[in-house]
Write a protein that binds this ligand. Structure first.
Ligand code: GDP
Ligand code: IMO
Ligand code: MG
Length: 421
């Protein structure tokens, strides 16, 4: 009986989708516990690419139950499009269960996201504009609509009241909008949603654990985007950290076994906000080009930089990571030297602690320099056959974090993966 959790240790896009898909055969259930369609999780198999925003990345394995948990915020229009985009490869109606407690993203939540961002001007967060923050605002403000409500008689009335409230807020912002198409499309998607399994997923999940079946919780975003511990205010509005899996699924902390923490062999960030190891030189450009670093949800270019151990150690601590997973190791191939930040210099003082108000700090990272490798690693499947310099890099990270690296990903495809421990 165990819940394993897999989550990002940086600013998202670490390769969670690919690794969840790889690990899925070990689990009866794969469950999303937070975030919403701001996520974009990419899977590549059979020479095809799939991008999932709401549906868990276990959906392509027929024998797996996939759960959208209560902690997620859910846009029925995105869901409809996503189901269509994978219909030739997945049976979503029979293999997906959605929590009746999951909060609904309304079209007006998306408009409010855009209005909020416009009002922030230069200090905008760089939100994906999927309505995430306004929906979580309504959840904690106790005004939200939940998926279970679509089956209740007074749903229309509740919806009408909430939309009226949102219209007043949009007027306050002087934000121009047109709901004539957005609302009918959304209502249509709500009708389609009624055909899916909607239930108390906390009972389903805990009953499966009791039966001895294993569950994998799939995180979205990354620890540096967590509402509590991320680079506030440049964060998302949910708990992306391991504790979020407990509240976002209704599974108690004593059921947690492994916590898989995923990191890219370097670092990327999409959207605004602090990024101490960001590169503005040719190395940064090379990482972006080679790594195809463009957002899976918005297509925006991702900012690139070296691996940051201040961030990685902080994230490993906050999440209780038991196993590290390094992705995109292949992108570092052909760099003569690789840099890794081990500490920050702030106000002429050295520190290995991540400041709570990182946004107000002038940070100079201090780097270790590690020799790179030139060999093509994309076809290697045995850790022992990797170039010694790459093994040195992996073992250096293990030593610096006091945590084992159990998987190394060497390409976007399902098969491009190496087990270490
Ligand atoms: P997620 O949000 O954490 O699931 O990550 P994304 O899917 O947004 O971004 C990761 C990108 O890197 C996707 O395009 C993946 O197909 C790709 N990817 C994942 N792992 C690897 C890897 O080891 N090597 C390479 N070259 N690409 C990878
Ligand atoms: P996955 O699950 C990378 C970023 C946005 C923005 C900030 C707030 O694919 O790793 P929001 O839409 O939540 O208001 O945006 O968070 N962001 C992500 N960056 N990967 C993601 O998800 C992200 N989800 C949100 O770019 O800076
Ligand atoms: Mg992504």
């Amino acid at each position: 009986m165990k819940l394993d959790i897999l989550l990002g240790l940086q600013w998202g896009d670490e390769g969670k989708g690919k690794i969840v898909d790889y690990l899925t055969p070990n689990y009866k259930i794969v469950a999303r516990f937070q975030g919403g369609p701001n996520a974009g999780h990419t899977l590549v198999f059979d020479n095809q690419k799939f991008v999932l925003h709401l549906i868990p990345s276990g959906i392509f394995r027929e024998e797996t139950i996939n759960v959208i948990g209560n902690g997620v915020v859910f846009d029925p229009v995105t869901f409809d499009e996503e189901v269509k985009s994978i219909s030739s490869h997945a049976n979503v109606k029979s293999n997906l269960v959605i929590s009746n407690r999951t909060h609904l993203i309304l079209p007006t939540h998306k408009l409010l996201d855009a209005a909020n961002e416009a009002a922030k001007g230069k200090s905008k967060i760089g939100s994906t504009l999927k309505g995430i923050t306004p929906t979580y605002n309504d959840k904690t403000g106790r005004n939200g609509l939940r998926i279970g409500d679509i089956l209740s008689k007074d749903f229309d009335n509740k919806l009408h009241l909430l939309i009226e409230k949102h219209k007043q807020m949009l007027d306050f912002y002087n934000f121009e909008y047109n709901l004539d198409v957005l609302l009918p499309d959304w209502l249509n998607a709500i009708e389609n949603l009624r055909k899916y399994k909607i239930q108390n997923t906390e009972y389903l999940l805990n009953n499966e654990l009791k039966k001895g079946n294993a569950i994998l919780a799939e995180g979205a975003q990354g620890t540096m985007l967590d509402i509590e511990f991320g680079t506030y205010p440049f964060v998302t509005s949910s708990n992306t950290i391991s504790a979020g899996a407990n509240t976002g699924l209704g599974i108690a902390p004593n059921k947690v076994d492994k916590v898989y923490g995923i990191f890219k062999a370097y670092t990327t960030r999409v959207g605004s906000g602090p990024f101490p190891t960001e590169l503005f030189d040719n190395d940064g450009k090379k990482l972006q080009d080679k790594g195809h670093e463009f957002g899976a949800t918005t297509g925006r270019p991702r900012r690139c930089g070296w691996l940051d151990l201040v961030v990685l150690n902080f994230s490993t601590m906050i999440n209780g990571v038991t196993d590290l997973i390094m992705t995109k190791a292949d992108i570092l191939t052909s760099f003569e030297n690789i840099k890794v930040a081990t500490k920050y210099i702030i106000d002429n003082k050295e520190t290995t602690e991540l400041p709570y108000d990182i946004i107000n700090k002038e940070i100079t990272p201090f780097y270790d320099i590690i020799s790179g490798w030139q060999e093509d690693i994309s076809k290697i499947t045995d850790y022992n056959l990797l170039p010694q310099t790459l093994k040195n890099y992996v073992e250096y990270v293990e030593k610096q974090t006091s945590t084992k690296v159990s998987l190394i990903s060497t390409g976007a495809e399902r098969e491009a993966i190496i087990q270490k421990n």
